[in-house]
Design a protein around this ligand. Structure first.
Ligand code: SF4
Length: 489
């Protein structure tokens, strides 16, 4: 680390080192009508679908067919070598990764069937009122507050659940909130909890202090180090135990985790020695970090205990791990045609666990506009996840969950599928039960509650289950079922 960044000015404001932007992969984004974008996309999408997407864009009666990538991720997806400006190989030449290509490529069916919600899980209903807060700060779970800090990422996932915010066409009123707004909100909220003995004076419900603040977006690592510092400074000065950073940069652009960024985190640590920084990263598929041979196979490491990673991915991860106050977890949705395969998910979990990244959640795709193009049936997803967990010890496992309006529901089991050795057939109704547990809830008193539904193998989300499918819902009691289906999401 260079010493200049450790100096403090007379006003105690640290000098924050910035990354050398010229050394980072170049980002390309826009709609399919742009010739540069069109030429990258045409390498990743089959011709028929590509032409149909171009027609949709030209027709101009639908939303834009948008695409965003960068040189690092394009190299993985298109099977090209990518070198740094000084000639270092950052992505070796490998066969194209269909999975990476599918992650960033728009899908025709998400435009031909745009059912879904602009604001899935009604995030805005958990955004506090107040100047600079509503639409920029989300506070759904007592102990965790989230700030929308960055309006974009270094690429764009076609299945993005923040699409309404980051594609530039927000219809929902979300915006980038300022660090000061977050700090003041946390301080006021925690004072309210303390002054009222953990009982909300308006609702009479139990409330708990904010212990964790999540910097989100978009991807906060697309911001300058100075701006990231300002958000972390706001969190630290509000006396929060954990600052969480949600980022996909380890997949999209690991070059961003450079010395200047690591120094920035160290400066935060000096100022707030008791605050942990938790990175929740977003690898969806092992192709995003593993080296593949000329046949597309992963290559065993020298000890035979796992697979070889791309050097740049290892470097970035090791840089974060070198900081004792940093923890790293991974979460991803299960995406049709990308990672809806037990073998793929197993390798993802196994390799992340081996390299000290805790697999946290596998999410059922939220009901964004056009979500059906990316979703697989919920019960099938549970089976895939269950198969993927075979042979993994406890710390290598994730939870499969749904982030619903009323909280995070863990999919505990689907009876009848537990012993199935082949992928379930979503066309035939079984007699099984779907058992969901309230893993996180806006109302803490609902935690641990169970919802039991009759099987519907085609269901992509809770609203695909009918009132008659609801057998039990902890929140209102069995005696009131089945009239509660409308309450479960
Ligand atoms: S990384 Fe997250 S916020 Fe960014 S495009 Fe992908 S899903 Fe959306």
């Amino acid at each position: 680390m260079s010493s200049h960044a450790q100096k403090l000015t007379s006003s105690d404001a640290p000098i924050i080192p910035e990354s050398n932007m010229a050394a980072l992969p170049k980002i390309a984004g826009g709609n399919i009508g742009d010739s540069k974008i069109s030429s990258i996309m045409s390498e990743l999408i089959d011709e028929e679908e590509f032409n149909a997407l171009k027609e949709i864009q030209a027709d101009n009666t639908n939303r834009d067919v948008r695409f965003k990538t960068n040189e690092h991720y394009t190299a993985i997806a298109a099977g090209k070598e990518y070198k740094s400006p000084d000639g270092k190989v950052l992505v070796p030449k490998m066969p194209p990764s269909k999975a990476a290509g599918k992650i960033i490529s728009p899908r025709l069916s998400s435009f031909t069937d745009m059912s879904g919600e602009a604001d899935p899980s009604s995030q805005l209903s958990y955004s506090p009122e107040g100047d600079g807060l509503h639409g920029g700060v989300l506070h759904k779970y007592d102990e965790t507050v989230l700030i929308l800090a960055a309006p974009g990422c270094a690429g764009m996932c076609a299945h993005c659940y923040r699409n309404d915010f980051i594609d530039g066409a927000s219809l929902t009123g979300k915006f980038v909130a300022k660090p000061e707004a977050l700090k003041n909100y946390i301080i006021e909220q925690n004072k309210k909890v303390a002054d009222n003995n953990s009982i909300d004076p308006e609702t009479g419900e139990k409330i708990l202090p904010i212990r964790e603040a999540l910097i989100s977006g978009g991807d906060p690592l697309t911001l300058s180090n100075r701006r990231i510092f300002e958000y972390l400074d706001a969190i630290g000065s509000a006396n929060v135990q954990i600052a969480r950073i949600g980022t996909r940069e380890l997949s999209f652009m690991p070059e961003r985790i450079d010395d200047a960024f690591i120094e920035t985190l160290s400066i935060v640590r000096k100022k707030y020695p008791d605050m942990r920084i938790n990175f929740v990263i977003h690898y969806s598929h092992p192709d995003e970090f593993l080296f593949r041979d000329e046949n597309g196979n992963y290559v065993e490491n020298d000890s035979g205990t796992g697979f070889k990673w791309m050097n740049e991915s290892t470097r970035a991860l090791e840089a974060l791990k070198s900081l004792s106050f940093v923890t790293i977890q991974n979460q991803t949705p299960i995406i049709s045609g990308v990672n809806d395969d037990p073998k793929v998910l197993h390798i993802l979990h196994q390799e992340l666990n081996r390299c000290s990244v805790k697999p946290k959640y596998i999410f059922q795709n939220r009901t964004i506009l056009g979500y059906k193009a990316f979703s697989i049936p919920l019960e099938e997803a549970w089976w895939i996840h269950k198969k993927a967990m075979e042979g993994l010890s406890d710390d290598g496992r994730s939870r499969i969950a749904m982030s619903t309006k009323r909280g995070k529901l863990e999919i505990i089991s689907v009876t009848g599928l537990e012993n199935k050795t082949t992928r379930p057939d979503s066309t035939s109704k079984s007699n099984g039960l779907v058992i969901l547990k309230k893993h996180r809830a806006p109302n803490v008193e609902e935690l641990g509650g169970v919802i039991i539904l009759k099987s519907n193998p085609q269901a992509l989300w809770l609203d695909d289950y009918t009132e008659e499918d609801v057998i039990h819902d902890q929140r209102i009691g069995e005696e009131n079922c089945p009239d509660i289906a409308k309450l479960i999401d």
